[in-house]
Design a protein around this ligand. Structure first.
Ligand code: PMP
Ligand code: GLN
Length: 384
């Protein structure tokens, strides 16, 4: 008997993500992969020893749902030192299997049917599906072009009684721009006196250049009281494949977050949590990360001086935008494919981060690569 399994998809238009697509194309064509954001160099070797030691010491069973206490204590200390904010390790910090799950759990816990969630485009690809699967409505604001700044007047116009959440991301993927002190002031004015929750994606918090500060929501008590802040160990310790991150926020929000998270993963990988707790004592590692990546940003940009690509400003994250309008008028998705297939260099087209598929002929290149790879990539790009 035929069984008519007809599935009405919950995400009918969703295909494989651009990161999956471009990384697969890069592998298929043996291209330098500057598309998906991940380092091609090793993590600190002691971090691997710490995981191994935790495993040998028998730390191989479920961690407490919110994370191992020693790690949460260290994160509370770090947040206090860096941003002057006091979070209770017991009630206000939760360790999760990666920033992506932190974002998903936060949206699932707090966005209700019909709620509006303001997102800023170009937007990281995981926000909209998470909002829609929870019955929320994404309300899109575009960063101004070409400087990729938030137009706060436009922002203000979309806020109304249905606005439940604002999702912010600084340092910003894919543009490399930062929220600055003036932006914080504008944001504070907009949310003042209402119940809007801020979901602040700060996974690149330590990758900020030219001495500029990272404006964490944690620094501003009026914003921190309504914010869940997401960070990721993968970005800080070159371990994107370990999928571990954490979320901090006031008890009221964290209580709701945990109600949902406990049924998503329940808890995160135990030995890695002990390892990160130990490596957090070496504060130089996260303090020096900005200089480490600034060197790479500058090396890549310098090596591109003679190319026909325009190097756009990058203030944070490990992504460099290159504009190619002097080279081609092809669609960015087609141009990215052509570069991968014909020139063996893979990147990410920016139009996919807009619902409107706005195409300014810009590609994103990840510079979390060893210097040799960056020079090789620049050499290829200079020939195009
Ligand atoms: N937000 C942004 C802006 C990112 O670039 C990433 C990296 N993939 C994430 C969230 C998710 O982080 P994780 O890899 O820890 O899930
Ligand atoms: N955050 C990474 C990027 O922007 C990709 C992570 C993923 O593949 N989901 O490239």
């Amino acid at each position: 008997m035929r069984f008519p399994l007809e599935i009405s998809s919950k995400l009918p238009k969703q295909g494989a993500s651009i990161f999956t697509t471009m990384s697969a194309l890069a592998n298929q064509h043996n291209a330098l992969n500057l598309s998906q954001g991940f380092p091609n160099f090793p993590c600190p070797p002691e971090l691997i020893e710490y995981v191994h030691e935790a495993m040998l010491a028998g730390q191989n069973q479920y961690a407490p749902m919110a994370g191992v206490p020693v790690l949460r204590e260290k994160l509370a200390e770090k947040t206090r030192e860096l941003y002057g904010a006091t979070y209770d390790a017991e009630k206000e910090i939760t360790v999760v299997p990666g920033g992506t799950m932190g974002i998903y759990a936060a949206i699932t816990a707090l966005v209700r049917e019909g709620d509006e969630v303001v997102i800023i485009e170009p937007a990281y690809d995981s926000y909209v599906p998470a909002i829609e699967l929870n019955g929320g409505r994404p309300i899109r604001i575009e960063l101004s072009y070409p400087d990729f700044r938030i137009d706060w007047n436009e922002f203000k116009k979309v806020i109304n009684f249905r606005t439940r959440m604002i999702i912010l991301n600084s340092p910003h993927n894919p543009t490399g721009t930062l929220l600055d002190a003036e932006g914080i002031k504008q944001l504070a004015r907009i949310v003042d006196g209402n119940d809007i929750i801020i979901l602040s994606d700060e996974v690149y918090e330590h990758i900020v250049f030219d001495g500029l500060p990272h404006e964490s929501m944690a620094k501003y008590p009026e914003l921190a009281k309504r914010s869940l802040i997401v960070s990721s160990f993968g970005k800080t310790y070159h371990t994107t494949g370990w999928k571990l991150g954490y979320v901090v926020g006031p008890e009221k929000l964290m209580r709701e977050f945990r109600k949902v998270y406990q049924f998503m993963a329940f808890s995160a990988h135990t030995p890695s949590q002990y390892a990160y707790a130990r490596i957090l004592d070496n504060k130089a590692l996260y303090h020096e990360l900005a200089a480490f990546y600034q060197h790479k940003r500058d090396l890549f940009a310098d090596a591109l001086k003679s190319s026909r690509f325009e190097v756009l400003p990058c203030k944070g994250s490990y992504f460099q935008l290159l504009k190619y309008d002097k080279i081609s008028d092809m669609k960015d998705t087609d141009f990215a494919k052509e570069l991968t297939v014909k020139y063996q260099i893979a990147s990410i087209p920016i139009s996919v981060f807009y619902l409107s598929r706005r195409d300014e002929h810009i590609l994103r290149f990840c510079f979390a690569k060893d210097d040799e790879t960056l020079l090789k990539a620049a050499e290829i790009l200079c020939k195009i």
